[in-house]
Design a protein around this ligand. Structure first.
Ligand code: TYD
Length: 223
């Protein structure tokens, strides 16, 4: 089946809302996901906060391979591993939550594959996107927040963290520059789905901008 056929066969996200956060490593996605979860719960919404890779038991094993395997992992194998993690995660966590009417707040989704494997590993954006659409039967987020950060600033943040780099973080600066450019290209191509924010802004300002956009989506759902 082609990805287009998979997408047309896809069921809409029921009454739930699917929100994803994207951006380079160290852009502050986790902080923003936590703030958004708190705000949504205060508004009485049930929230499922999750992430890729590694949002399921199977995914935790895949995460260990893609981030911490010491030897070589070929680029196509890497793309398939992320897609496998995504397929299982969507089938067992994300779609059931959306079908229940929950809000899913997710750290990374298919745009990460397009940026990291498609552009970073140079496998091609369209093929990598099609692979994820096939894996997820065409599920796209209602909103994707892109926290945009210059790779040099991101590296400085990671250095300050003092944690060992994972396989992707350890890639060279030109890799991370391609990843950033691809995220921005994706956002420009789908302005209705993306909200692009400067990751160097104060966390509270970023959170307020995210809330404004999510409020509008929630209002549109209930009106
Ligand atoms: P993680 O520790 O979750 O990092 P972060 O806090 O930066 O999100 O690591 C996930 C890594 O996997 C990150 O470097 C991006 C990469 N990745 C891909 O290359 N492709 C993908 O499809 C996804 C979801 C992540």
């Amino acid at each position: 089946m082609t990805a287009a056929a998979a997408a047309s066969e896809a069921t809409p996200a029921a009454s739930g809302l699917f929100l994803t956060l994207e951006g380079g490593d160290g852009a502050g996605k986790t902080t923003q996901a936590a703030l958004l979860e708190d705000w949504l719960m205060a508004r009485g919404r049930r929230v499922v906060r999750t992430r890729e890779p590694g949002g399921t038991e199977v995914g935790a094993i895949i995460r260990d391979i893609v981030l911490h395997h010491r030897g070589d992992v070929s680029p196509r194998a890497e793309a398939l591993l992320y897609a496998a993690d995504r397929a299982h995660h969507v089938a067992t966590v994300v779609r059931p939550a959306l079908d229940r009417g929950d809000v899913v707040v997710q750290d990374r989704y298919l745009d990460s594959s397009v940026a990291y494997q498609g552009a970073g590993r140079i496998l091609g954006a369209d093929e990598v996107r099609d692979l994820s659409l096939w894996a997820t039967q065409g599920l796209l987020p209602d909103l994707t927040v892109l926290l945009d950060l210059d790779p040099a600033a991101a590296r400085a943040r990671r250095d300050a963290d003092d944690k060992p780099f994972d396989r992707l973080e350890a890639e060279r600066d030109d890799f991370h520059a391609r990843v950033r450019a691809e995220f921005l290209r994706l956002a420009a191509a789908e302005p209705g789905r993306f909200l692009v924010l400067d990751a160097t802004a104060p966390a509270d300002d970023i959170a307020a901008a995210v809330r404004t956009r999510v409020s509008a989506l929630l209002d549109a759902r209930t009106s």
